[in-house]
Ligand binder design. Structure first.
Ligand code: ADP
Ligand code: TYD
Length: 221
């Protein structure tokens, strides 16, 4: 684990952690393991993901499944709208959950948009599209799981019957490179750690738990 940035603001009752990485990097596996761990320690945990299962997320999935046409600019804008709804929904929005004292763990947040959409459109424009979300709520911690795109592809091919729109080796290499650029851009304002994803799920989970313990001791929680 390499700590690459400091900087932290806490403006809600619960803590907010965003997992990032290319498809197949092991995010959902780690969200699950961290949820189990924090729950066992007595925390109220709300685990969530983007694209969400809201009607906006459904439009995104319909485009990914080729049931609808969608230009890359439209896709980027839909993700920004889905994210705002994910934040602001009055019942299950992340801001509401944080204010209710939940630790919120999301599988993807705005860094995903910076990385995936800047393969097709200007990253500055994507950052502008997401400026409202970034103003409303920055994660207390982004955990970026570093993963070789070829290993991700092997995992995805082994574990699934169909491969999604962005899941080609060529695209995952581009997205990985864009993640690196995006992280460089935000690392001075936001807290981001990079975790080596090419180890067993349990070893990665233990490192993340250790990281959170350390943060707790630094009065970051
Ligand atoms: P993501 O949510 O980033 O797409 P997943 O957690 O769904 O990734 O993992 C993708 C595939 O790789 C799944 O089949 C999962 O079981 C497997 N996997 C997850 N973490 C690891 C790991 N550390 N080592 C090997 N395989 C893993
Ligand atoms: P997801 O279901 O998280 O896929 P995976 O579990 O394989 O990582 O995300 C679906 C796809 O949506 C994934 O290829 C990444 C992409 N995506 C974007 O293009 N922009 C975004 O802002 C987000 C959140 C995801």
């Amino acid at each position: 684990m390499r700590k690459i940035s400091k900087g932290y603001t806490m403006n809600q009752k619960g803590r907010f952690i965003a997992f990032e990485g290319i498809d197949g990097s092991g995010k959902s596996t780690q969200v699950k393991l961290l949820t189990q761990y924090l729950t066992s320690k007595g925390h109220k945990v709300y685990a969530t993901f983007e694209p969400t299962d809201s009607p906006i997320g459904k439009i995104i999935r319909d485009i990914f499944n080729h049931r609808m046409e969608g230009d890359q600019k439209v896709i980027a804008a839909l993700f920004a709208a889905d994210r705002l709804n994910h934040l602001l929904h009055s019942e299950d929005g992340m801001i509401k959950k944080l204010n209710d004292g939940f630790t919120v763990i999301t599988d993807r947040y705005y860094l995903s948009s910076y990385a995936y959409h800047s393969v097709h459109v200007d990253m500055d424009w994507v950052i502008q599209l997401n400026a409202q979300s970034a103003t409303l709520l920055k994660p207390d911690l982004h955990i970026y799981i570093e993963m070789d795109p070829q290993i991700s592809m092997n995992r995805l091919n082994a574990g699934r019957t169909h491969i999604e729109m962005y899941e080609t080796l060529d695209n995952l290499v581009k997205v990985r490179d864009k993640y690196e650029i995006a992280i460089e851009l935000v690392k001075n304002e936001e807290k981001i750690v990079k975790i080596d994803g090419n180890r067993s799920p349990e070893v990665i989970a233990a490192e993340i738990q250790q990281l959170l313990e350390t943060m707790e001791n630094e009065v970051l929680y």
